[in-house]
Design a protein around this ligand. Structure first.
Ligand SMILES: Cc1cn([C@H]2C[C@H](O)[C@@H](COP(=O)(O)OP(=O)(O)O[C@H]3O[C@H](CO)[C@@H](O)[C@H](O)[C@H]3O)O2)c(=O)[nH]c1=O
Length: 350
C-alpha cells in the first residue's frame, strides 16, 4: 500500500497521470491536490472520480501552512508534483504569478516533505515533473540531453528551472529522494484551449482565425500525453534517487506545418472542402523572446527503462481532433469559464 500525493491532478498532464495511477495501481491510494485554476478541471476525471483508491483535495500549493497541515495528517509515501502555471504567453504578461506558484509552491511542498518525512528520506520519493524549456533554445541542429546546461529564456521556463534547482538542492543538502523529468510539448485530450493544438482545433471548428506567431518557423517536439504519463510511471517506479530523465517524442514539427496538417484533418472530419480550414491561418506578431527550436534526446529513458513513444503523430493528432469534436460540452464548458460550477455541483455538497 502506497499513499501518493499527485499535485495538479485536475490539469491536462496531471489528469492523465492521475487516471493512469488510479487505474493501474488499485493497491495505491491516490490523493489529487489541485487549486482548480482556470486550467484545472474536475470534469477531466469523471471516469475515475468514484474509484475507491482516489480522493480529491482542493488546496493551493502556495499556502505553506496548508501544505504542512496536509503532510502532517496524511503520511504520504510519495509526491508526484505537476501543479504549475504552464502557459508561456501568460508568464510574459504576469511573471510574478509563475514565481509564486512554480517556485514558492514547489518549495512549500519540499519543506512539508522535509519536515514530515524526517528519518524516512530514503523511503519517500519526491518526483518533480518539469519541462524541456529549462534548456533554452536550439538552432537548426542538436538536441537537449540530460547534461545540457540550463539556459531558460521565458519567465515560465525560468520559474521551472528554478524549481528544478530547488528540488536538486533538497536532494543534495538534506538527502531527500528526488527525481526530475523534463518533457517536450504534449498533445491529447483534456488540454486547455489556450495552447497551440487545442486552440487551433477550437478556432477551426468555430471558423475563427488561427493565430500563427511570427513566420510559423519555430519547431516543437510533440509527444502524446498518455505516453508522457507512462514515462512518469516508469521513472517513478524505476529510477535511482537524484536521477533525471528527458522525455520526448522524437517528433519535430515547424508550427506552420503542424497547423497545416491539423487543417487537413479538420477539413476531413468536418466535411469541408480541402483547403477550407487553412484559410483561417493568420500570421500575428511573434511571441517575445520566442525560442526557435526544442528537440529532446530521450535515449537515456529508452536505454535504461525501455520506454519509447507508442503513437505515431498523424494518428495521435487525428485521435485528438476526434476527442475535441466528440466532447463539445467539455470544450464549451472550459471556454465559457464556468468550469468551477462543475466543482461546486460535484463536490461542495459532499
Ligand atoms: C498559443 C500559440 C502558440 N503558437 C506557437 C508558440 C510555440 O512555438 C508553439 C507552441 O506554443 P504553446 O502551445 O503555447 O506551447 P510552448 O510555448 O511550446 O510550451 C509548451 O510546451 C512546453 C514543453 O516544451 C511546456 O513546458 C509548456 O507548459 C507548454 O505550454 O506554437 C502560435 O504560433 N500560436 C498560438 O496561438
Amino acid at each position: 500500500m502506497k499513499k501518493i500525493l499527485i499535485t495538479g491532478g485536475a490539469g491536462f498532464i496531471g489528469s492523465h497521470v492521475v487516471r493512469r495511477f488510479v487505474n493501474n495501481y488499485p493497491q495505491y491510494e491516490i490523493v489529487n491536490l489541485d487549486k482548480l485554476t482556470y486550467a484545472g478541471n474536475l470534469a477531466n476525471l469523471t471516469d475515475i472520480e468514484n474509484k475507491p483508491n482516489y480522493r480529491f483535495v482542493k488546496e493551493d500549493i502556495t499556502d505553506a501552512n496548508a501544505m504542512f497541515d496536509l503532510f502532517k495528517t496524511e503520511n504520504f509515501d510519495a509526491v508526484i508534483h505537476l501543479a504549475a502555471e504552464s502557459h508561456v504567453d501568460r508568464s510574459i504578461s504576469d511573471p510574478t504569478a509563475f514565481v509564486i506558484t512554480n517556485v514558492i509552491g514547489t518549495v512549500n511542498l519540499l519543506n512539508a516533505a522535509r519536515e514530515y518525512w524526517k528519518g524516512d528520506y530514503d523511503k519517500k520519493r519526491f518526483y518533480h515533473v518539469s519541462t524541456d524549456e529549462v534548456y533554452g533554445a536550439l538552432g537548426e541542429e542538436g538536441m537537449f540531453t540530460e547534461t545540457t546546461a540550463y539556459d531558460p529564456h521565458s519567465p515560465y521556463s525560468a520559474s521551472k528551472a528554478s524549481s528544478d534547482h530547488f528540488v536538486r538542492a533538497y536532494h543534495d543538502t538534506y538527502g531527500m529522494d528526488c527525481v526530475i523529468s523534463n518533457c517536450s510539448n504534449n498533445y491529447g485530450s483534456h488540454h486547455f484551449p489556450e495552447k497551440l493544438i487545442p486552440l487551433a482545433i477550437n478556432n477551426i471548428k468555430n471558423n475563427k482565425p488561427v493565430p500563427v506567431y511570427g513566420k510559423g518557423e519555430n519547431v516543437r517536439d510533440w509527444l502524446w500525453v498518455e505516453d508522457h504519463a507512462r514515462a512518469i510511471d516508469v521513472i517513478f517506479h524505476n529510477s535511482k534517487t537524484g536521477d533525471t530523465y528527458n522525455i520526448g517524442g522524437h517528433n519535430e514539427w515547424k508550427n506552420i506545418d503542424l497547423i497545416n496538417l491539423l487543417c487537413t484533418i479538420m477539413d476531413q472530419k468536418l466535411d469541408r472542402e480541402a483547403g477550407e480550414s487553412a484559410k483561417l491561418i493568420t500570421y500575428v506578431t511573434d511571441r517575445a523572446g520566442h525560442d526557435l527550436r526544442y528537440a529532446i534526446d530521450s535515449s537515456k529513458l529508452q536505454n535504461q527503462l525501455d520506454w519509447v513513444p507508442s503513437l505515431q503523430f498523424e494518428e495521435g493528432l487525428a485521435k485528438t481532433v476526434d476527442w475535441y469534436l466528440q466532447n463539445e460540452d467539455w470544450l464549451n464548458n472550459v471556454t465559457s469559464g464556468n468550469y468551477q460550477s462543475y466543482y461546486e455541483q460535484q463536490y461542495s455538497s459532499k
